[in-house]
Design a protein around this ligand. Structure first.
Ligand SMILES: [Fe+2]
Ligand SMILES: [Fe+2]
Length: 300
């Protein structure tokens, strides 16, 4: 393997310095998964999850479990492929966090819900599969850091809000803090990769993103019943995830100095797909649903 000699000169630009800081912050805020879990099981040993909440919670968390597995693999891969020091070290710190997220969630599911691993819904798997199989680093970064991570944070936030398990209420706070750092990696590094793209590559990149958003909507739709069973409104969950993703995209455009125009078609499409997926009036037929959703989406 060729030694990257420019790696040794230590001159980092602002982006690289920011990325390296993600690693050091992660190092300072590291938590011991086994200790935290043991402490929480002890603290709440006299509590139980309501019978009617067990299955929906298991369905939702099994998607999170495999999401953590994909995040672990993808960030390890990113660290191996990134050339610059800051991006490389930030990605390896993410991989370390994701490995912990995976085994802690696995242990929680086994101890608290007697979880037996089973296949997750095809639609929820679609986005995870696409992000893990693409060889394009910009797509991997956008898909993992700015699409999957905001959805994960949303699910954590809403599970805590549903108050179904005091152990989860505390445990997921640790997850949320780590995931917020991972989003920062995408925000800092993606502009560098987008700036190198030709106009045609940008179009393909956005088309890919649209495909991913569609997959995410179908994924959330597949757990709609489970969300309702634990007392959540699926549309609230979707809108929170959407708000998180959109604010990431807007900040990214600001950083790149390109205005928000690049994402406009994407934002319209999210609105349209959302209106159809969570259409309020169950009596309307498909055509009426599409027409009404279309006009609602372009109205804003
Ligand atoms: Fe994670
Ligand atoms: Fe993450």
């Amino acid at each position: 393997m060729i030694v990257p000699f420019d790696f040794l000169n230590g001159d980092l630009d602002d982006v690289e310095r920011g990325l390296a800081k993600v690693y050091h912050t992660g190092q300072n805020k590291i938590w011991n998964g086994r200790e935290v879990l043991d402490k929480l099981f002890k603290k709440y040993s006299d509590t139980k999850i309501k019978e009617s909440h067990r299955e929906p919670l298991q369905n939702i968390l099994s998607i999170i479990l495999w999401g953590e597995y994909v995040a672990w693999t993808v960030s390890s891969e990113m660290s191996a492929n990134f050339k610059e020091f800051g991006a490389k070290i930030a990605a390896v710190s993410q991989a370390h966090d994701e490995a912990r997220h995976f085994y802690v969630m696995r242990d929680y599911l086994q101890r608290r819900l007697n979880y037996k691993p089973s296949p997750i819904f095809g639609s929820a798997l679609f986005v995870l599969k696409e992000v893990s199989t693409t060889n394009d680093l910009a797509r991997k970064l956008l898909g993992m850091q700015l699409m999957i991570e905001p959805v994960a944070i949303t699910i954590f936030r809403f599970i805590r809000k549903s108050n179904v398990d005091p152990i989860l209420n505390e445990l997921l706070e640790y997850y949320e803090a780590d995931e917020a750092r991972h989003i920062a990696i995408g925000m800092k590094y993606l502009p560098k990769l987008i700036k190198k793209m030709s106009a045609w590559e940008k179009i393909l990149f956005i088309l890919w993103q649209i495909k991913m958003i569609d997959g995410e909507i179908r994924g959330l739709k597949s757990i709609e019943e489970d969300l309702i069973k634990i007392g959540l409104n699926p549309l609230d969950v979707f809108e929170f995830a959407e708000m998180k993703q959109v604010s990431c995209l807007k900040l990214l455009s600001k950083d790149m100095g390109i205005g928000e125009g690049m994402w406009k078609p994407v934002l319209k499409l999210i609105r349209f797909r959302k209106k159809i997926a969570f259409y309020p009036d169950k009596r309307h037929g498909t055509i009426q649903k599409i027409i009404n959703s279309f006009f609602e989406a372009i109205k804003k």
